[in-house]
Design a protein around this ligand. Sequence first.
Ligand code: FES
Length: 575
Amino acid sequence: MSRKLEAEQLRSYRWFGLDTMPAFSHRSRMKQTGFRREDFTGKPVIAIVNTWSEINPCNIHLRDRAEFVKRGVWQAGGFPVEIPALSITETFMKPSPMLYRNLLAMDTEEALRSLPVDGAVLLGGCDKTTPALLMGAISMNIPAIYLPGGPMLRGNWNGKPLGSGTDMRKFWTERCAGTITDNDLLGVEDGIARSPGFCMTMGTASTMTALSEALGMTLPGASSIPAVDSNHPRMAMDCGRRIVEMVWDDLKPSDILTREAFENAIAVDMAIAGSTNAIIHLVALAGRRGIQLDLEVFDRISHRVPVLANIRPSGAFLMEDFYYAGGLRALMSEMRDLLHLDCITVNGETLGNNLNDARLINQEVIRPRKNPIAPSGGTAILRGSLAPDGAVIKTSAATPRLLNHTGPALVFKNYDDLEARIDHPDLPADENTVLVLQSAGPLGGPGMPEWGMFPIPKKLLDKGVRDLVRISDARMSGTAYGTCVLHVAPESHVGGPLAFVQDGDHIRLDAEARKLDLLVAPQELEARRARWTKPAARYERGYGALYLERVTQANRGCDFDFLGSAAPTADPDIH
Ligand code: FES
């Protein structure tokens, strides 16, 4: 193997290799941990950035998996150091885990910058951990591989497969409608999450891990392996071996993450009918490379890419089935003509080469091109007088007859207002009503919670209604479904038109024409704007205050404005 770097050129050499007082101090302190000088000097020092935590069930196996990464690093002649990072846990973190994505990105970037490391293996899986780890690694721009934690096994209740999130909402709705018993619900509670790993529907976690592979930031096939399959620790070991080579080769995220790589990720996002959250995360990831992704790029690619993955919530199967069907490589091999095959990936090969021996094993789970689930992608970008800077709808998970709908608005000022009134028997709502939720965006939520699939009023559930057009500046879980217009920008909290919608205003959604309009005269809207006062900030101190001051809107990826560029930050001086 021809190396681009010599030992003296390693970043860590400046900490450990020199004949200086600081290097003497650093060596003595590393020896304090039980290693010899030759163990860590003149070798690639590999950070294993680990989002393991006992309060994060999706990532609970990553402590063990880090040991396998270490084995690989040792085998290849590197020196591994495990570094704990903020563990963003989707289920438990309030008010919204999205509030903390940028904090983990900063945690990752600054840990890599301030410490004597030459490369990184990033261990994540639960929704926000994937984009956050990648954002930090991209900004630091040292060699890095992402190891997705893998999806959990299929859920099971009375022999029926259960899907994360999707079936939780479905069975809760049925229990509210009185069609299943409390005991049935207990059975679902016991069986819906029965192994380590992230949600096994095509939610945000499965989407973002697939897209990290499409971007070229994982080893081939890594994103599809279930968390508890023995292939997963073997993949972890492969990552450890490969990152040492990447350091010697000086193969960095900036060599991999080109505009074409992001277009590959968008195409794969459409083919898997991925989570709408992916749009926000991809815009933010690209921003870290100085690449501007306009929302229209998603729409343009969506038009030409068919949906091939038959995975819930848009399809019938689960991620375990997807793996047995051939996984992401099989899916990508079905859409070779829609991908930039010459993009370089972390194994040093092109994406095209990595797909050469991929096999499609089950054509029901991963559809061949001649028999897609849908002829074009599952996500549409809407614009119009209600969303001048864009909004998003997952058409593949919506009710087809509602995709072209005009109806009167029923407005909830915030989520507390919604909870207080949604099930009132006198709520003025019928099957034509358009439900509107305000104050759920990046600043209003705050943290843009996943409230976009908000509940259907009980009085309509009792009549058999299961979907309505719902509009908000919130996000929606990738495991959710329904005719939900999301990410309305600008959000209501900063005075976007969503702030001025009133009960009874008519709203027109035309997904085919990509339009979302508030049918109110411009003069009337201006009068409402003049009467509007900006809501008070939720936080006056701490991280929350920094977040509210510097976060951008959904169409710009909700990154902090001072982080979203490719401008390099200088390495620290070693004193
Ligand atoms: Fe962690 Fe769904 S809760 S991926």
